[in-house]
Design a protein around this ligand. Structure first.
Ligand code: PLP
Length: 374
């Protein structure tokens, strides 16, 4: 994988924004509650290790990832806080998780039995910490009924001390929507599950960003803060009241690599889909769909010197062409996400234009774009 250091296109991460978002979320919690920042998918494109280090200073007490590999990246970078893998991992990796103090999520009693025998064969000295996922209405992973949960807890209790029941959690499907009927249904199911848990584990957690912002933490003692740590609204624009200001941490900038004046009638880009109506200044910007600039962004405006400049012609793999309001010098900054003069493009603006959500826009920014930390 090549990260381009010699091209002037970059993702800029404002570390102070991440610090402020995490610190503000921390302030909403009581002092006994834990705050795990979710740094899966390379910290939503912001850089997992860098985000984790800033979040730690702002009061994060642990981290969530999606994959054991992502947890290992944090361990290899010297991060010692608890780490929870939110997805289901293959039990063959249970010894790696145990030895590196990485907590895994479980969804079935068979998984526990398999992990147990693998841990015995590996003669693993360390205990494997597990968090039990409960499916209260997300329909993705987790136990479906309190009876299933009970039988799994029995298997864990009989695991000869190899497996530690460290946490229990669920995930809400609609916490980011104004209508809370389905949320309440899930919360009731969660309570029915908790009724069969005889001894509460160290961590009980239900809250993603949306739940922590708009529903409190529902009796849990830990939150899993993802998108809000990066300063983005999990509801997009559906809910605008926030308990604290969310400060977007990411901007995306490039610069004009080529500027020319074209005559009226000139066509631009693959398929010759754009035709200049009059004599126009056209700039070429070295960024494209291989960097995460969706082809559907044709027609969207980027910002040059505080002016909105439309992407004309199709988005290419590595380049886009934009219509400038006047001649600009080679090297002039082009803002794709972020502020320029009085204008601003947000991740939501891009998302709305191409029919997706801010999460996908930021996670889609490819590794070949260099990350610059300010
Ligand atoms: C990704 C994820 C989160 C974080 O969600 P945000 O909406 O980004 O806060 C929390 N919990 C689980 C189980 C997840 O998969």
């Amino acid at each position: 994988m090549v990260v381009s250091m010699m091209r002037n296109s970059q993702v800029i991460i404002n570390q102070q924004a991440i610090f402020d978002n995490v610190a503000n979320s921390r302030q909403q919690l009581d002092s006994k509650s834990d705050l795990f920042v979710v740094v899966k998918a390379n910290g939503y494109g912001h850089g997992a290790v860098q985000v984790a280090n800033v979040a730690k200073k702002a009061g994060a007490t642990g981290f969530c990832v999606a994959l054991i590999d992502e947890a290992m990246e944090l361990r290899e970078a010297g991060i010692l806080e608890p780490i929870l893998v939110l997805g289901i991992s293959d039990p063959q990796w249970a010894p790696v998780a145990a030895e590196n103090n990485i907590s895994l999520t479980i969804s079935s009693p068979e998984w526990v039995k398999q992990a147990q025998s693998i841990l015995s064969v590996a003669r693993c000295d360390s205990k494997l910490k597990i968090h039990v996922a409960l499916d209260t209405g997300m329909g993705r992973i987790g136990f479906q009924t309190p009876e299933e949960l009970q039988s799994a807890l029995k298997v864990i209790n009989e695991s000869a001390g190899q497996i530690e029941f460290e946490g229990i959690f669920t995930h809400f499907a609609t916490a980011d929507e104004p209508d809370d009927a389905y949320f309440k249904q899930q919360y009731d199911k969660f309570n029915a599950f908790m009724d069969v848990v005889e001894s509460r584990p160290k961590y009980v957690h239900v809250a993603n960003s949306a739940t922590s912002l708009w529903h409190k933490i529902c009796g849990g003692n830990m939150i899993r803060l993802g998108i809000a740590a990066y300063g983005l609204n999990p509801s997009q624009r559906a809910i605008t009241e926030l308990p604290y200001n969310l400060e977007p941490a990411l901007s995306l900038e490039s610069s004009l690599i080529h500027v020319k004046e074209v005559k009226a009638g000139t066509h631009i880009g693959y398929g010759a889909t754009y035709e200049a109506k009059q004599d126009e200044w056209i700039g070429t910007v070295p960024i494209g769909y291989a960097d995460g600039i969706a082809r559907k962004l044709q027609g969207f405006s980027v910002l040059v010197n505080g002016h909105r400049c439309e992407i004309v012609g199709r988005v290419c793999m590595d380049q886009i062409m934009i219509r400038l309001d006047r001649q600009y010098n080679y090297g002039t900054k082009v803002v794709i996400i972020g502020k320029s003069g009085d204008e601003q493009n947000t991740a939501e603006d891009l998302a709305e234009y191409i029919g997706t959500i801010n999460y996908e826009v930021i996670c889609g920014l490819q590794p070949r774009l260099k990350r610059v930390y300010v």
